[in-house]
Design a protein around this ligand. Structure first.
Ligand SMILES: [Zn+2]
Length: 387
């Protein structure tokens, strides 16, 4: 990334400020961080960028994404991860977790090694680490995960996966009802890996115990889990009662009905909803047939499906899901942005560094036009994308 100057001053825009409101303000960036936010800022020698007519928001953080723009994140080639990172900034993403689910544990070990070796992509979003979607998940709730991927929880296997990631494993989906899950959850938490309840048939009680034991996140609410039933409220009923637990929502209009997204936002509040894409490699491309791992999937009219009709991840971008919740009148822009930045940052334990437009925070920013398309993206203070 080219540094034009030590300081950059963004002027003339409305800014999504840390209290989730939009106000007219300037933003001063210095040494990769936000130095000041407020009206009428001046800085001698700063490079000034006029963003009149735009909204500046914290950059989007996608904690659950498998690829996009033709670039897979489930890969043994670290170059693919960097190519994804350079594409993602054009959709407002400034950081992400490479999310893996593979046909076998051995393939997962190779993919984790690629993530361990991936460097920072110049002009790309920052790879925050790895999200493992399994393997300790329930085969009955596997959704579009490869049939051979779900495995019985085993601490030794967990340790091999953790080691292969070179310490970059940040989040892992576990089905807490499986035998041995409690031990794996304990081991993961002790290693600093956050645990997400998902791909699960867990009852309310089993889920409640998992959250009490330290699981802090839920993998794509309603999708691939025991549904919410009035006599058996399942994982979502337990999550609602567990303070601070964050919940992934795929607001692509395919995985969840817009009214379901509205219900989730009203029930949990924006501070506990993490908008994700669950995006797959063809996200952002045109209709056609694609290989997802070992299987052929078809993208048609914004839906990615396996031959049997199972939804195979989304082709939405983070800019799409933010736009959707605004256009569906579920949230105003500032609140939508909170669900795409501050909440996912907090879900990863990065809430003191990322996800807000406030002094001291990383200068990960996106400038949006009036119609909420991405005009420019900065990663750590450097301009990474301009439309
Ligand atoms: Zn996924």
């Amino acid at each position: 990334m080219v540094r034009m100057s030590d300081q950059t001053l963004l002027t003339g825009a409305r800014v999504v400020t840390s209290d989730s409101q939009t106000t007219r303000a300037d933003v001063l960036i210095e040494d990769g961080r936000i130095a000041a936010v407020g009206p009428g800022l001046a800085a001698d020698g700063a490079q000034t960028v006029d963003l009149s007519g735009h909204v500046i928001a914290p950059g989007f953080i996608d904690v659950h994404v498998h690829g996009g723009g033709g670039h897979p994140l489930i890969t043994t080639n670290a170059d693919e991860i960097e190519a994804y990172a350079r594409w993602a900034v054009s959709h407002g993403v400034t950081s992400f977790l490479a999310t893996a689910c593979t046909p076998t544990i051995d393939t997962a070990l190779d993919c984790l090694a690629a993530c361990a070796n991936a460097g920072e992509a110049a002009n790309g979003a920052a790879l925050l680490g790895v999200n493992l979607e399994g393997p300790f998940v329930n085969p009955r709730r596997r959704g579009a995960l490869p049939p051979s991927w779900p495995a019985t929880p085993d601490v030794d296997t967990f340790r091999r996966l953790l080691d292969a990631s070179g310490g970059r494993l940040r989040l892992m989906t576990v089905a807490p009802e499986l035998p041995g899950a409690a031990e794996v959850i304990r081991e993961a938490l002790a290693a600093g890996v956050r645990v997400s309840v998902g791909h699960t048939d867990a009852t309310y009680e089993v889920s409640r115990d998992a959250f009490a034991a330290g699981a802090s996140h839920v993998t794509h609410a309603f999708n691939a889990m025991r549904p919410f039933h009035h006599r058996e409220p399942g994982p979502l009923g337990a999550a609602l009662e567990a303070d601070g637990v964050t919940v992934e929502v795929i607001a692509d209009g395919v995985h969840l009905h817009p009214a379901t997204v509205r219900t989730l936002v009203r029930a949990f509040g924006a501070g506990r909803i993490a908008l994700i894409t669950d995006g797959v490699t063809p996200a952002g491309l045109s209709d056609g047939a694609f290989r997802i791992g070992d299987v052929e999937a078809r993208l048609k009219d914004g839906e990615m499906r396996l031959p049997d009709g199972t939804i195979a991840g989304s082709v939405a971008t983070m800019a799409d899901v933010v736009r959707n919740v605004v256009r569906w009148n579920i949230a105003d822009l500032a609140t939508a942005v909170t669900m795409a930045s501050a909440t996912p940052a907090r879900a990863l334990g990065l809430g003191e560094r990322k996800g807000r437009l406030a002094p001291g925070y990383d200068a990960d920013l996106v400038a949006l036009t009036e119609d909420l398309s991405v005009a420019a993206t900065w990663v750590a203070g450097s301009l990474a994308y301009r439309a």
